[in-house]
Write a protein that binds this ligand. Structure first.
Ligand code: FMN
Ligand code: ATP
Length: 280
């Protein structure tokens, strides 16, 4: 998959690089079953029309730029994870637009004309609630008109679980509240984070990479993988000290700096006693 960063410059209408394509659009944090449906539908359309599949996404998240509080925006996954997931789902070309005030102030029509059409979009497949342009005023109903009928806008119906829309916002709430068992149904896989082992006094601690979300403090059953070995064990999450502590009886292959991934299986308790960390 080719990755193109569009930072502070609009795509060049004279570029010979752009090909007629099927596009999909959105932020796609967490790549939940709603996102997967959108990209699968876009891929089907691309195959049917014999066109490449492109995706236009943004970074940072619009809410991080346009927020009016100092509270830090929490991502479910870093952008590298999103890239891997998009490639697996069949995206050929990924445009990452830097989301800043200037970009946010484009009118819906400017975005469609100066980005989507210039980049070669002939079909745009996005979710029923995809919005674009200043104050998020553009939507799938008006996209064809914004394009002067030069593209087709295909809306993907709402994907639900338990009667509610599957969304990144809902997933963030579930992960943060430790409701980790339920997450599988929304991601179609366990929530997974990557990190590195650090030996800190008596504790075996996981230093989780930036832009992952960590569940609330408590005891959890997880599956740990080094890539070569995978095993299940119990961990303590101590949000106050920003630590995930593994028991000492983890396999010997774990050394300081070993890179691991953790799949969150279930919350065992919201209570834990730090002194018991070694005996978890
Ligand atoms: C050109 C452009 C301008 C935007 N301007 C705003 C804005 O002024 N206010 C806002 O809340 N969101 C704005 N957005 C964000 C969109 O409403 C939406 O969140 C974003 O396109 C991601 O879509 P998704 O949330 O459906 O994934 C803008 C998006 C685009 C593409
Ligand atoms: N449940 C869903 N069903 C169908 N399409 C969806 C669903 N959730 C998101 N989409 C679509 O996926 C793309 C990316 O959406 P976005 O990143 O805003 O997801 P979200 O889960 O709604 O996020 P947030 O909760 O942060 O608003 C958009 O085209 C959006 O319309």
């Amino acid at each position: 998959m080719e990755i193109i960063h569009l930072n502070n410059k609009q795509p060049d209408p004279c570029s010979t690089e752009t090909k007629p394509s099927v596009f999909t659009a959105g932020f796609f944090d967490g790549m939940h079953v709603g996102h997967q449906k959108v990209i699968n539908e876009a891929k089907k359309m691309a195959d049917k029309k014999g066109l490449p599949l492109a995706c236009i996404t943004f970074f940072p998240h619009p809410k991080e730029i346009l927020k009016n509080s100092n509270e830090q925006f929490q991502y479910i996954n870093p952008i590298a994870e999103k890239q891997i997931a998009l490639e697996k789902l069949g995206v050929d070309k990924l445009y990452i637009v830097e989301f800043n005030y200037e970009f946010a102030s484009l009118t819906p029509k400017q975005f469609v004309q100066d980005y989507l059409l210039v980049l070669g979009a002939e079909y745009v497949v996005a979710g029923f609630d995809f919005t674009y342009g200043r104050r998020g005023q553009g939507n799938m109903e008006r996209m064809r008109e914004d394009a002067d009928q030069k593209l087709e806008a295909i809306k993907v119906e709402r994907v639900e679980r338990n009667g509610e829309k599957v969304s990144s916002t809902l997933l963030r709430e579930m992960i943060c509240s430790g409701n980790i068992e339920k997450v599988h149904d929304y991601l179609d896989q366990h929530y997974e984070v990557e990190g590195e082992i650090l030996f800190d006094h008596f504790d075996t601690v996981v230093d989780v990479k930036d832009h992952y979300l960590i569940p609330c403090s408590g005891l959890y059953d997880v599956s740990v993988s080094t890539g070569r070995e995978e095993w299940q064990q119990r961990v303590i999450v101590d949000q106050e000290r920003m630590k995930i502590i593994l028991s000492r009886d983890s396999p010997r292959s774990i050394k300081h700096s070993t890179k691991i991934s953790i799949k969150w299986l279930k919350q065992v308790s919201t209570e834990f006693v730090l002194e018991l960390a070694q005996s978890v």
